[in-house]
Design a protein around this ligand. Structure first.
Ligand code: 5GP
Length: 173
């Protein structure tokens, strides 16, 4: 399946979740077995010849392709979640939003010291979420080998926030 066909499975939703924002809706991409499969293969491609111990996916849409990607790469899958969702000993990372701060958490024992980790989320926008995830993984002792996204909003230059991390996206807007 070519890139234009894949893109036809991502729908633009104007004024969601707020006025003035055009939301990229990946629901049609998930709903099509062919498109989902093609997107997963393209996500995995840059990492096929690398040792990936864990894919770390961000709540909530990062869980979807993140676990499909982990399957193809024969890697473990680890969840990064919003506060108060995960049990046990946690690592926490705060990050800046446009107004105020937010935080994400991961289970401390999820990533053994020195394990190789690939970050995954559905969309790279400003890069704030992915940069906070990278700090979380470093705190836990993981070694980041790259970051992969289904969609990159190029005009927001989020990859600048991921300085030094190999960053890939299947679809660019
Ligand atoms: P960032 O932290 O890079 O600004 O935003 C990325 C996070 O917001 C990701 O977790 C992603 O799921 C979500 N996000 C931002 N914009 C969109 C969008 O247009 N579509 C989707 N599906 N998610 C988005």
């Amino acid at each position: 399946m070519d890139i234009e066909n894949l893109k036809s499975h991502v729908h633009d939703i104007p004024d969601f979740p707020k006025e003035g924002i055009v939301f990229k809706d990946i629901a049609p991409l998930l709903a099509s077995a062919k498109a989902r499969n093609a997107a997963t293969k393209l996500l995995a491609k840059p990492f096929m010849n690398q040792q990936v111990d864990y894919v770390v996916g961000m709540e909530a849409r990062g869980f979807l392709f993140g676990s499909l990607l982990a399957d193809v790469l024969d890697a473990g899958f680890v969840m990064v979640r919003k506060p108060n969702k995960l049990p046990g000993s946690l690592v926490t990372q705060e990050y800046q939003l446009e107004y105020g701060t937010d935080a994400i958490e991961m289970q401390l024992s999820a990533i053994p010291d020195g394990a190789t980790v690939l970050i995954h989320d559905d969309v790279l926008a400003t890069g704030g979420t992915a940069a906070a995830t990278a700090r979380l993984i470093k705190k836990a002792g993981g070694s980041i080998i790259g970051a992969s996204f289904l969609i990159e909003l190029d005009f927001l230059n989020g990859r600048a926030a991921l300085d030094g991390i190999d960053t890939y996206a299947v679809l660019h807007y």
